[in-house]
Design a protein around this ligand. Structure first.
Ligand code: PLP
Length: 361
């Protein structure tokens, strides 16, 4: 006998990338920042007093929201702090989706969306990206025709790294009748000359929510902190009705704030990642592992037809190098590689060169 709801019984859980407990693995599989959190975060952690955790934390993380409001030139009412971006995704469904309504996803994309939708008990429809991973130009019309209530678009796209211009997303939001969630988990790694910024939309449009994460850009994946930006009318019901009263803890709020206040350190890590991204992309192409241009901290390499992506993934794993393989349509002949430090990237290339020299499927 099972007490699970029928939809929970029927669904499969999310399979996260491997998280080895040993330090001697080169970990290029879950898109963490290869550089540690900055000195301001270390200092804030060292100066925390154990007495402070006797009391509950600030329920809506006001001090952190104030720092973020200054950073983004929005009001604190436009911000909700969540226990990782994953909690924000769950809150969006809990707050805005009835179980007879349908979610749309520009696919392929972050597979957690499917899992959360299945757990919530509503339905989901995939809207295929173009061969170059761009959004179909008629996406809004497709979404409206299918009666989609909420649509997830990752930008820069995961797993390709392709960036959709802000103007294109604004047009989509204006034409779409539902709620557009722009998942910007990787936006910190976009090249600054592109001056890409979707945040102003939340002050103009009442159907846009932006997801931002501390996990990648701020090197704080272990802390589980993220935030949503949106119109007050979208943020309030999540802030005051559907989120847990104390969804983020005091230590996480304090360290996330220290990270936000030290933009210079974080920006320097983004710059180093971008430089390595371009270098690695060139080196991979010499091995005939071609990757689309990426504005993120990972590259999606297409494996030449005489090789098997899963075999390369496994061969790297036996050499202590983890990358990501997805056994999914359009992705099963590709490998997603997180950009590491120069030393890690060099070791990856040395291993790849040897594995591919040995050849074969
Ligand atoms: C596309 C995308 N969105 C959101 C997240 C959520 O990140 P987190 O829960 O660590 O903030 C991830 C994490 O890998 C991701 O890849």
């Amino acid at each position: 006998m099972s007490f699970e709801r029928k939809n929970i019984q029927a669904m499969a859980g999310y399979v996260s990338g491997e998280q080895p407990e040993t330090a001697d693995v080169i970990k290029l599989n879950t898109n963490e920042n290869p550089y540690p959190p900055g000195p301001a975060v270390a200092k804030a952690l060292a100066s925390m007093h154990v007495d402070n955790i006797r009391r509950y934390p600030p329920p809506t993380a006001m001090a952190l929201r104030q720092s973020l409001a200054r950073l983004h030139s929005v009001q604190t009412d436009n911000i909700i702090i969540t226990n990782g971006g994953d909690e924000l995704l769950r809150l969006l469904l809990a707050t805005f989706l009835d179980t007879d309504e349908c979610v749309g996803v520009a696919a392929p994309s972050y597979s957690l969306y499917d899992v959360l939708v299945a757990a919530h008990g509503c339905s989901m429809q995939n809207f295929a990206l173009m061969p170059d991973w761009s959004l179909p130009t008629d996406l809004a019309a497709q979404l409206n025709a299918a009666g989609i209530k909420l649509c997830f678009v990752v930008n820069p796209h995961a797993p390709s790294g392709k960036l959709t211009a802000a103007a294109e997303l604004k047009k989509l939001a204006l034409e779409f009748n539902g709620l557009l969630v722009i998942d910007e988990a990787y936006v910190d790694f976009v090249d600054p000359p592109l001056k890409h910024n979707c945040v102003p939309f939340v002050l103009e449009l009442e159907n846009v929510i932006i997801l931002r994460s501390f996990s990648k850009g701020y090197s704080l994946a272990g802390l589980r902190m993220a935030y949503g930006l949106g119109a007050k009318s979208l943020i309030d019901p999540m802030q005051y009705k559907t989120k847990d009263s104390y969804n983020t803890d005091l230590i996480a709020q304090t360290l996330a704030r220290a990270a936000i206040e030290d933009q210079a350190y974080a920006s320097d890590t983004w710059k180093k990642v971008r430089e390595q991204r371009e270098w690695l992309r060139g080196e991979l192409s010499h091995l005939r592992l071609h990757t689309p241009e990426s504005q993120s901290n990972f590259l999606l390499a297409e494996v030449p037809p005489e090789f098997s992506a899963v075999k390369i993934y496994e061969a790297l794993k036996t050499r202590g190098i983890l990358i990501r393989y997805f056994n999914l349509p359009r992705l099963d002949n590709r490998l997603r590689i997180t950009v590491g430090t120069p030393e890690e990237n060099q070791k990856l290339l040395t291993a790849l060169t040897a594995i591919m020299a040995a050849g074969g499927k």
